[in-house]
Design a protein around this ligand. Structure first.
Ligand code: AMP
Ligand code: ZN
Length: 114
């Protein structure tokens, strides 16, 4: 997708602080972090949201989840606890329409979310 911010990060047309990468996934620091650890995990291919990713039939959703956990381990938040969030659709606060999981950790996180 030519007009997608995260596709441009995959293509290295826009810089990002990449912290983890697999053949089909990429993880990079959020530009506006909401916690000491705030990393976005994406498939390198373009899927607009979690629903589209869930419909992919080649184990890609599984790989995204495994990358998210690997990021949490690498960033040192897996033992204390972390939150994995997929804002899906405008009402849920999705603003970038290339599916991404937020890996949040490093502080106490409140529930319910806003
Ligand atoms: P969402 O609101 O769930 O769609 O999340 C989009 C996230 O992308 C926000 O947390 C933004 O801070 C983050 N973001 C926007 N532009 C960039 C960028 N160029 N690099 C890294 N993160 C970004
Ligand atoms: Zn994209």
């Amino acid at each position: 997708m030519t007009d997608c911010l995260f596709c441009k990060i995959v293509a290295k047309e826009i810089p990002a602080k990449v912290v983890y990468e697999t053949e089909r996934t990429l993880a990079f620091g959020d530009l506006n972090p909401q916690a000491p650890t705030h990393v976005l995990v994406i498939p390198k291919g373009h899927y607009q949201d979690a629903a589209a990713l869930a419909a992919a039939d080649d184990g890609l959703a599984d790989e995204v989840l495994k990358t998210a956990h690997a990021v949490a381990v690498q960033e040192g938040v897996a033992d204390s606890g972390y939150r994995l969030v997929f804002n899906t659709g405008p009402q849920a606060g999705q603003t970038v329409f290339h599916v991404h999981g937020h890996v949040l950790g490093g502080r106490d996180l409140q529930w319910p979310p806003g």
